[in-house]
Design a protein around this ligand. Structure first.
Ligand code: NAP
Length: 342
């Protein structure tokens, strides 16, 4: 048996459930490879929580994934009504708090208070929730530093790839520009418009039917999600931007006529996020990209981003999210935190 790492999952939607499944399937392999035994000791959604100080076994984790949405409080005999972090923490003393609640860009809640609570209780934090970092990156990182814990957030940008890990590891580089397709939903919609020759509203309906777009898709189509990712990148590069400083163009203004005209001229219409690091300026804009260029060929739910530094150019192409991909990024963060501790 390896060293125990006790983990709390706060938020049990698409990513939380995918993570519980991946942990159930891979914890023995991770234990034999790295000598770390990941024990999920508590899980919470908006209505309730389930806790087990000795950790849920693989079977229990898979059964937990079968409870209906908002149904963690039905998971007997471990269930509690309502969410109370005091109860979760006092009963389980977690090593890692995994924050998977919705990204809410006005207040950052409930993720922001949860993350601060975890830090104050001496737990490391892994988050896929962008909003607390977008609103209070500096405060969170300095609070974690002062309490001797770490925060990792690889799932927040191009979550299906190791983009953040690579960017943070480029310590000797002067990163000059970051540019790319950072939102899977808007890229899917634009791809549908090009391939099926449909109007924006029909492509959006298709994205919603496939579960790619939310019932309220505004964060994706108006560029807020992509801008949030640029804010996180800008903080990593120590050139912090505020989300309201980023000029955004919504893909809802792209018509089928625009698409046809662009194609006739040899272009593809994409939503491109760019950050001029030296100039301290960023935007999310609708761009006509020559068909032969790389970004023109990144379609559907794929994302792509180019990092240009004084020394090199690196390109990442991969899934921006998706439950399983994001869960793996979160799990990678949990494992790497546990390594750094040993
Ligand atoms: N999905 C992706 O591919 C992806 C990729 C990268 C990053 N992210 C980010 O990861 C986070 C989770 O995404 P998701 O797709 O899993 O979202 P989701 O399906 O909407 O799940 C959110 C979960 O948070 C729970 N929750 C809401 N308020 C809560 C509270 N006060 N206390 C405890 N739990 C609460 C919800 O409870 P109920 O079940 O009761 O509603 C739900 O279980 C978001 O911040 C998202 O932006 C997602």
């Amino acid at each position: 048996m390896g060293r125990r790492v006790k983990v709390l999952l706060i938020g049990f939607g698409s990513v939380g459930r995918a993570l519980a499944k991946v942990i159930a399937l891979k914890r023995k392999i991770i234990n034999s490879r790295y000598g770390i035994l990941i024990d999920v000791v508590g899980v919470a959604d908006s209505k309730g929580m389930a806790l087990k100080a000795e950790g849920f076994d693989e079977y229990e984790l898979l059964k937990l994934c079968e409870v209906p949405r908002s149904g963690v409080n039905l998971f007997k005999p471990y269930a509690h009504q309502g969410v109370d972090l005091n109860i979760l923490y006092s009963n389980t003393q977690p090593d890692v708090h995994v924050e998977l609640t919705p990204s809410e860009y006005t207040s950052g809640e409930p993720g922001l208070s949860n993350i601060m609570y975890a830090i104050d209780r001496g737990a490391h934090v892994v988050t896929a929730n962008k909003a607390p970092l977008v609103l209070k990156y500096k405060e969170i990182v300095s609070r974690a530093l002062s309490r001797g814990v770490r925060i990792k957030f690889r799932a927040t940008v191009l979550g299906g790839t190791p983009f953040i890990s690579t960017l943070t590891s480029m310590r000797s580089h002067d990163v000059e520009r970051i540019e790319g397709i950072l939102n899977a939903t808007s890229n899917f919609i634009l791809t549908e418009m090009h391939e099926k020759l449909v109007e924006f509203t029909d492509a959006l309906k298709m994205a919603q039917a496939l579960g790619i777009a939310e019932a309220d898709p505004t964060l994706d189509i108006d560029g807020v999600d992509a801008a949030a990712k640029i804010v996180i990148i800008s903080n990593i590069l120590e050139r912090p931007l505020k989300i309201e400083e980023i000029n955004r163009e919504s893909i809802s203004r792209v018509s089928l006529r625009d698409i046809i005209d662009a194609v006739r001229q040899g272009y593809v219409i994409k939503s491109i996020a760019s950050f001029d690091v030296r100039g301290g300026k960023a935007s999310i804009r609708i761009a006509k990209i020559p068909r032969s260029e790389l970004f023109a060929q990144i379609n559907g739910v794929m994302n792509g981003v180019r990092i240009r530094s004084d020394a090199t150019e690196v390109v990442f192409i991969g899934r921006g999210g998706g439950g399983i991909e994001t869960a793996h990024s979160v799990l990678d963060d949990i494992v790497s935190l546990s390594f750094e501790d040993s």
